[in-house]
Design a protein around this ligand. Sequence first.
Ligand code: PDD
Length: 289
Amino acid sequence: MARTAYVNGRYVGIKEPAVRIEDRGYQFADGVYEVIKVVGGELRDLDRHMARLERSLGELRIEPPVSRRALGAVIRETLRRNGLKNAIVYVQVSRGTAPRNHLFPRAPRANLVVTVRRAPFPSAAELQDGCAVITVADQRWGRCDIKSISLLANVLAKQQAAEAGCREAWQIDEKGMVREGSASNAWIVDMQGRLITHPLGPEILGGITRARVIEMAKEEGVEVIERPFTLDEALEAREAFLTSTSSLVMPVVEIDGRSVANGKPGSVTMALQNRYRAAQGMIAKSAVT
Ligand code: PDD
């Protein structure tokens, strides 16, 4: 089936030239986005994604193009037209279309694009085996809490990771602290079994999966410490993992070519992975021990 996208009030073929040359997203990366998971036809954590989108827009002083309700309806219709029940939704809002000028246009009308595609979730084997990451110096801008479409540093880092045979590139700050991945949050489990992840702030994106994992851990009585951790701590940790809407809870078994613990996914990580997948309707609740 040919893919259909939504662009400013119209449903168009994905290959149609539907966005204008002077879209500020295209010329300045002046826009924001969201990535939302759909499982069995249900949008997961939609309210949280909507709230984060509205926050990102507010921080950049972009007027939302449509109401939250209308956006929900557009997303559902796009899914219906593409016949997808397990999918990833991509929502992009740019400041609008105007003759190229760094200054905000006088009366901007934000451009809204919604695309959907078949879910690229990790396979059961990938979730079982975990992944390797490299580390890179963080070269991103100072407002990583905004889900901006300006992702050049993230693109370069992820490419570098892929060329090294790794899934992610952990961003290291000037003090040697691990911030997050290029498209996921970073975690370790210390020798006391506590979860450690970078605190919210301009250095990281407040992941929806991150928030879910914190809630699940607390329900299980697992202590969560939101503080920066060093690369050395990660290398000496009992377990490490990453989280994102599409990678779920993914064990990290190797960092810069060095094994984390015995090089196998840890039990805390796997328990969280199972709970998360069950909570998101990706496996039966009875599969969680
Ligand atoms: N990435 N940190 C960064 C820099 C991200 O880009 C993402 C998400 C996350 C995790 O956020 P969440 O749990 O809400 O997906 C953390 C999306 C999936 C992407 O860019 O495709």
